[in-house]
Design a protein around this ligand. Structure first.
Ligand code: DAH
Length: 339
């Protein structure tokens, strides 16, 4: 009897099952009325009282062992069955709501990409600057109104620490430690002490471009501007240069493009002129080259600077500048398709 019990126990211990049906078959084989374990209990009934005393406990133990084993096999197949029914690996993934890139970032990247195609590389500088990099090196006279408290956020007077009012400061930063040829594009945030309204903000974004080499001419500047305008606003875009003044360029100009809303016919956006102003530019003033340690007799250069918000307004007709910094999801989501 002991041998039979041990053999059956070893057999049951080694059982495996891959499905609920297999577990049921095993249950019938071992635990049903005619099953192997029940069979031993039938033998037990025929035993003498002494034998019964000897085999009662091991037999019960075998029955419990078999019952537990079958139950654990059942649990195991049920767990895999239900996991399989819950995970449908063939189903298309649920769409994940993605964020959108900010319109200023989109337009900045587009401007940078256009200039990179002409060989310009990105240069960046600090937003917290000093008078030399923002004004003095760029030929601003000591009493230039831009230095005034009303335009510039001063953090400290002596030593002078201020928030840059334009990205032209990056020109100086690069020219101070690099000799020509220099071909850089400098995107960044700038600050001005302005009352916040739909048309003005105390911070906004600019992109500056600078090209310095031997024999750089106004014709190079004009062709670069035309290429940029047509890449940005379409191949039919016309440009027009008007004489202007900036301390750091001589001669200086402002560039208008044919209004991309009315195609130059005249509308309320271009105030019925057919033209909209988009940037300032000019030939780098020799004083600026010399101040930065570049020989102005050998080298010449052109520079240009534009506001990213302005370009974005032209491309996407954003009416109110404040929209750019309010983080209104409804506004930002409008640019999903622009990616
Ligand atoms: N820094 C000028 C501004 O903030 C923009 C500008 C004009 C940059 C002419 C230039 C330039 O490089 O040549 O209004």
């Amino acid at each position: 009897m002991t041998e039979k019990i041990n053999a059956l126990k070893a057999e049951i211990a080694a059982l495996t099952a891959a499905s609920a049906a297999e577990v049921e078959q095993l249950r019938i084989k071992y635990l049903s009325k005619k099953g192997a374990v029940s069979q031993l209990f039938n033998d037990f009934k025929q035993m003498t009282p002494d034998e019964k005393r000897q085999f009662g406990a091991p037999l019960n133990e075998l029955k419990n062992f078999a019952t537990e084993k079958i139950a654990s096999l059942k649990d195991a197949v049920e767990a895999t069955d239900s996991a399989e029914s819950m995970v449908d690996l063939t189903r298309t993934a649920a769409p994940m709501p993605l964020g959108t890139r900010h319109p200023i970032t989109l337009v900045r990247d587009e401007i940078v990409a256009i200039f990179s195609r002409l060989g310009f590389t990105i240069a960046e500088g600090p937003e917290i600057e000093d008078d030399w990099h923002v004004f003095s090196s760029l030929n601003f006279a000591a009493d230039h109104p831009a230095r005034d408290m009303q335009d510039t956020f001063f953090i400290n007077r002596t030593p002078d620490v201020l928030l840059r009012t334009h990205t032209s400061s990056v020109q100086t930063r690069v020219m101070e430690h690099t000799q020509p040829p220099i071909r850089i594009i400098c995107p960044g945030r700038v600050y001005r002490n302005e009352a916040i309204s739909a048309r003005a903000h105390c911070f906004f974004h600019q992109v500056e471009a600078l090209y310095v080499d031997e024999h750089v001419s106004f014709a190079d500047l004009r062709q670069t501007l035309l290429y940029f305008a047509r890449e940005m606003f379409g191949p039919k875009t016309q440009i027009r240069l008007r004489p202007s003044y900036f301390p750091f360029t001589e001669p200086s100009a402002e560039m208008d493009i044919s209004c991309n809303l009315c195609g130059g016919k005249g509308c309320s956006f271009c105030k019925h002129t057919g033209w909209v102003e988009i940037l300032g530019c000019g030939m780098v003033d020799p004083n600026v080259l010399d101040a930065c340690g570049i020989d102005s007799k050998r080298y010449s250069g052109f520079a240009l600077g534009m506001g990213i918000e302005r370009i974005t307004n032209l491309k996407y007709q954003v009416k109110d500048l404040r929209m750019f910094s309010e983080n209104d999801k409804r506004f930002l989501e409008e640019f999903t398709a622009a990616h």
